[in-house]
Design a protein around this ligand. Structure first.
Ligand code: ADP
Ligand code: MG
Length: 379
């Protein structure tokens, strides 16, 4: 990965300074930093969530005991390979688990302290798109091709805030301007197909923030964008977060994006979190073999001529999980126990949890090497 970890002068937290802007005169400012982020109370907490899909060929354990919390102003990244249950986790929070077959079978989803799973469909409808919003993976699927952009961005305003006519139009223009769509008055009448992918993504972003939600769930919103548009969009999301102090959950398979924008990260594998830590800890001191493997797969600009690393094998079929650790069959460090018992997520040191029987040994060995080096250099 290009860049160095530097303490950001705004809030003291470490962020990746990709552009190497820091000098001895000017304190280093993280590339993505726009000012102080105020972390606040826990807005959303997911406890032991289990969402299964009942199919003829078996029960797909898409989300199988996931827990995490996110605070105001915080960005939580969820990473993992395709099929690991990331989208299903977000859809569960939104009350949009695919039917027929999909069902939340256990756990709690606490939004501002209240369990969403105990609310009526009508109460959930009132929250969805209003206090909790989601940007879907596929922008074409989330925009109606037959409706003008202006009408679509106005919809959440009408439904949740009862805003109509000139007032709604004014707010739509303001939102389009906020997501940096140039000449918004003219764009109101455009149809989705008349816009580029990057612009459509911004429109979907505008719909997401229309009612000033407390929580924004973003499901791989930049996957289909080219890198420069992607960088602009990420910056935009962070700017919006800065202004509104919303809690952002950002799902991606790209650890490079996580490094840029997330405060904390959860790594998902086969419907479970296998590691959870601050972004800095996770990237500099990964403790789960799956996280380590994901990090090895990141392309490095310096390593020309080397073959790109991949993770051997395939993720398991979630309807027929292996006994023991789900990553076991692909794990280069597996031992007999890994094939028999499933490890639970366990806090190894404050704020860093890992689901691996041997993480603690690895951690101690690392620490011993570290201490040895420190002693050596002190002599
Ligand atoms: N509508 C559906 N019907 C059946 N299985 C589904 C459906 N949606 C998702 N799944 C299954 O749930 C699991 C998790 O999927 P998903 O949450 O979409 O993964 P991710 O977002 O991490 O790629 C996968 O095994 C997938 O096949
Ligand atoms: Mg997905």
């Amino acid at each position: 990965m290009v860049g160095t970890w530097l303490p950001c002068p705004c809030d003291g937290s470490d962020r990746l300074d990709e552009e190497g802007m820091g000098t001895s005169e000017t304190p280093p400012r993280a590339a993505n930093c726009k000012g102080r982020t105020v972390m606040g109370e826990t807005v959303l907490e997911v406890r032991n969530l289990r969402t299964y899909v009942y199919l003829r060929r078996g029960v797909v354990r898409a989300v199988d005991g996931v827990s995490f919390a996110v605070q105001q102003g915080e960005t939580l990244g969820i990473v993992g390979e395709s099929g690991s249950g990331k989208s299903m986790t977000l859809l569960s929070i939104m009350g949009m688990v695919p039917k027929p077959g999909g069902r939340i079978v256990g756990g709690e989803i606490l939004f501002e302290g209240e369990n969403l799973l105990e609310k009526s469909p009508e109460e959930i409808r009132r929250l969805r798109g209003n206090r909790i919003a989601m940007i879907l993976q596929d922008t074409l699927a989330s925009l109606n091709p037959a409706l003008r952009i202006g009408q679509q961005v106005a919809e959440p305003l009408q439904v949740h805030l009862g805003m109509r006519g000139a007032r709604a139009r004014e707010r739509v223009v303001e939102l389009l301007r906020q997501v940096q769509i140039s000449d918004p008055e003219r764009r109101l009448d455009a149809y989705p197909h008349q816009m580029s992918g990057g612009m459509r993504q911004r429109v979907v972003g505008a719909m997401g923030i229309a009612c000033s939600p407390s929580v924004l769930l973003a499901d791989e919103p930049t996957t289909s964008l080219d890198v420069t548009v992607q960088a602009q969009y990420l910056r935009l999301l962070k700017d919006i977060q800065q202004e509104t102090n919303l809690a952002l959950i950002f799902v991606t398979h790209d650890l490079g994006i996580v490094a840029k924008i997330c405060d904390r990260v959860g790594v998902m594998y086969a419907g479970r979190l296998v590691e959870s830590a601050s972004t800095r800890d996770l990237l500099s001191r990964p403790m789960h073999p799956y996280t380590m493997a994901l990090l090895r797969c990141l392309p490095k600009l310096q390593a020309r001529g080397h073959k790109l690393a991949t993770i051997e094998g395939q993720p398991p079929d979630l309807a027929h999980l292996p006994a023991g650790c789900a990553f076991g069959p692909r794990c280069p460090t597996r031992r007999a126990r890994c094939q028999e018992d499933r490890p639970e997520l366990k806090e190894l040191f404050p704020g860093h949890s890992v689901a691996c029987w041997y993480a603690e040994n690895r951690f101690r060995a690392d620490a011993a090497v570290h201490d040895g080096n420190a002693e050596g250099s002190a002599q």
